[in-house]
Design a protein around this ligand. Structure first.
Ligand code: HBI
Ligand code: FE
Length: 288
């Protein structure tokens, strides 16, 4: 990818991009960002992967509270050709995949309420920008995200969207990675959550299982609480390589394979940690 090539026009950007309206943020909104930013930087320093920390250092995401996309995009584009665009909220899958395929990351522009720092009904700008954008400065992950978008566009016509969504969920959102100093975080859903940053690495409750493309695509996920299983990649290169394979045989196998529950452990798994599921059990009991 020649990062200096002009970005191809993208119809979904024309259709869904809105103005970030940075001048419209309140002092409270900027304060919420800075509070979340400082808390997560402390928690992630020993827990995030090198690519995330390097990306955070390369981008100035807290100079005056909420970052202005027009101010961070030149640096991001110079590193990997990616840019962040403001969108009204969750957009249709086809548009989402089209944006990723053109190295445009769609981000919400609203920030959460100061009275609900730890609860989100849908991704806000802190999740989308602090959680996702630092990894987009890494050339290998940047290629993975574009390959994911291209794969998503192909999957749309093949009725395999739910499998692609699981791949996104268990890597881009909730992925863990091996490192010389233990497991590290690269998933945005973890990196933007104070409690899950600690839970994902240190709590005995969840399973931690070596990443396998087919296994991840068969595994259902929770959207309303901490994950019951986390999948661990050996490296970003390995993740990219897994995505550049021909998916046809994977899809053929998926046709004949039944889905797996979020807490499942199967005989073929390389289990790093077999979780107690105590957290989910206690929550489940409480939910009755
Ligand atoms: N839209 N803005 C936005 N952000 C997302 O993360 C997003 C989306 N639409 C669809 C979507 N994610 C999911 O279907 C992905 O798992 C594919
Ligand atoms: Fe996200």
């Amino acid at each position: 990818m020649n990062v200096h090539a002009p970005l191809a026009p993208c119809k979904s950007e024309a259709e869904f991009a809105i103005d970030q309206d940075w001048a419209g943020y309140s002092a409270d909104g900027h304060r919420v960002w800075s509070t979340l930013y400082e808390r997560q930087c402390d928690l992630l320093a020993p827990r995030a992967c090198d690519a995330f920390l390097k990306g955070l250092g390369a981008l100035d995401l807290n100079s005056g509270g909420i970052p202005e996309f027009a101010a961070i995009n030149p640096k991001l584009e110079s590193l990997t050709g990616w840019r962040v665009i403001a969108v009204p909220g969750l957009i249709p899958d086809a548009a989402f995949f089209d944006l990723l395929a053109h190295r445009r990351f769609p981000a919400a522009r609203f920030i959460r309420d100061p009275r609900a720092l730890d609860y989100l009904s849908e991704p806000d700008i802190f999740h989308d920008v602090f959680g996702h954008v630092p990894m987009l400065t890494d050339p290998v992950f940047a290629d993975y995200m574009q390959a994911y978008g291209e794969g998503g566009l192909r999957a749309l016509g093949l009725d395999h969207l739910r499998h692609l969504a699981r791949l996104y969920w268990y890597t881009v959102e909730f992925g863990l990675m091996r490192s010389a100093s233990g497991l590290k975080i690269y998933g945005a859903g973890i990196a933007s959550s104070a409690a899950e940053t600690v839970f994902a690495l240190e709590d005995p409750s969840p399973n931690r299982i070596a990443f396998d493309m087919l296994r991840v695509m068969r595994t259902r996920y929770r959207i309303d609480d901490f994950q019951q299983s986390y999948f661990v990649i050996p490296s970003l290169d390995a993740l990219l390589e897994a995505t550049l394979q021909d998916f046809a045989p994977v899809y053929a196998t998926l046709e004949a394979a039944h889905d797996l529950a979020p807490d499942a452990v199967t005989p073929g798994d390389e289990v790093l940690t077999r979780g107690t599921q105590a957290y989910a059990g206690a929550k489940g009991a409480a939910a009755q």
